[in-house]
Design a protein around this ligand. Structure first.
Ligand SMILES: CC(C)(COP(=O)(O)OP(=O)(O)OC[C@H]1O[C@@H](n2cnc3c(N)ncnc32)[C@H](O)[C@@H]1OP(=O)(O)O)[C@@H](O)C(=O)NCCC(=O)NCCS
Length: 150
């Protein structure tokens, strides 16, 4: 997964962006969050898409999507939405009501995608993840999400 990040994110924010992204996936995610994460592989075993998520330990009603990516060659085919819907179903089954995630203000594609899925976006939160690391925060209420009755 680390090997595809720069290509898939299109080099967003240059070398600094690459470092930020690489640091988002330390091994602990592949050790302790596998039951709430999804990996889509091609027939040859190459990574096609992933969603890394977890159930909040401190907020019993919250589930959190930490990182999501789809191979650019497969964009626009509903794979991102399918991954989120799988996560929504899992979160509901575990009694969660809200899904939270964040993205960079520069990542306008991510903002459009999350808004399309029904997330509400915050204003840009300056220094949210540390000095110079501004973020937009998204929230979705699973009780009103369109797949709630499915
Ligand atoms: C954002 C991302 C996950 C979307 O995945 P995807 O599989 O292409 O998205 P889907 O095909 O499921 O699209 C779902 C909806 O979002 C919309 N959408 C997706 N990408 C969009 C974009 N760049 N601009 C506008 N709308 C977009 C689709 O049009 C679709 O809406 P529709 O129902 O009206 O057709 C993918 O573009 C990606 O991996 N980007 C690079 C990594 C990244 O930025 N990750 C998120 C931040 S951590």
């Amino acid at each position: 997964m680390l090997a595809v990040l720069d290509t898939w994110w299109g080099g967003l924010k240059g070398a600094e962006g690459a470092t930020e992204r690489a640091l988002l996936l330390p091994r602990l995610y592949f050790q302790h969050f596998t039951t709430t994460s999804f990996l889509v592989e091609r027939a040859d075993g190459e990574v096609a898409a992933f969603l890394v998520g977890f159930l909040s330990q401190t907020e019993p009603e919250t589930a959190y999507v930490h990182f999501v990516g789809v191979d650019p060659a497969l964009h626009g085919r509903g794979i991102g939405r399918t991954l989120y819907r799988a996560f929504f179903a899992l979160a509901r089954s575990q009694g969660r009501r809200y899904v939270h995630c964040i993205t960079s203000p520069e990542n306008t594609a991510s903002q459009a995608f999350h808004t399309r899925l029904g997330f509400s976006a915050s204003e840009v939160k300056p220094d949210y993840d540390g000095p110079g690391l501004d973020r937009v925060a998204f929230t979705l209420d699973l009780a009103t999400e369109p797949t709630a009755s499915h």
